[in-house]
Design a protein around this ligand. Sequence first.
Ligand SMILES: [Zn+2]
Ligand SMILES: [Zn+2]
Length: 274
Amino acid sequence: MLLTVLGTATPYPQPGNACSGYLVQSGGPLSGDRQSGGPLSGGADAQPRATIWVDAGTGTLAELQRHTRLADLDAIWISHRHADHTADLLVAYYALRFSELAPKRPVRLIGPEGLLDRLAAFLGPNAAALLPEVFDFTPMSGWGETEVGPLALAWGPVQHGVPAFGLTVAENGRRLAYSGDSAPCISLEELAEDADLLLIEAGYAEAPAGSETAEAPAHHTPEDAGRTASQARAARLVLTHIANEVTPAVAVRRASAHFDGPLEAAAPGSVYEI
Ligand SMILES: [Zn+2]
Ligand SMILES: [Zn+2]
């Protein structure tokens, strides 16, 4: 299984770094052209890969096209409705509806309940009827699971102040876990338990000061990310969506005080073999 980082920026895209988005693909080891960032190999012995676009943050649709074609996606999975995870669904709709990329059948879209209505509200009255022709929508409202080709997906609710979900993807006994946007919470630990790679956000530079009126936490600090990975006994930790006040190197150093395993910060274009 391959995890490709399309973008990690929060809460707005930056030059050279889109907002949250990843590709998860079934399949074997990296081929030469994948490592150079080219399109997927179409060699005679190449196995078709199931491909999932995980979070459609601003700028990720452009990055996705470095690695695959929008119309060739097997599914799109959206962690929660915030624009830095969903905004490119709006232009994906244009691409799939009005361009040469229009697929033969709707693309599977798995996302929080009500997501399609929110897209329709922005796109305008005609879109409400047309969206189901573009996206075959599966709403998430609690714990759930499905299969996309050889990839087994499972998700559960996490703590982020809006309906938000963490994800695991498994293939051949190997498992990726992704926090989406989330504060530390027991359901994320459960999802991440024994993951071979845990991709976890670190959207807080510091935890918000507690007070009776303060909202519940919505993100991890780097220290939290290390603690969650340790609690879950994840084999490897990749930090993403890191608060702008913290450099990736500092975030890794801070997280490493709480996690003993391999640890790094995601960067756009990075590919992880799981
Ligand atoms: Zn969010
Ligand atoms: Zn976010």
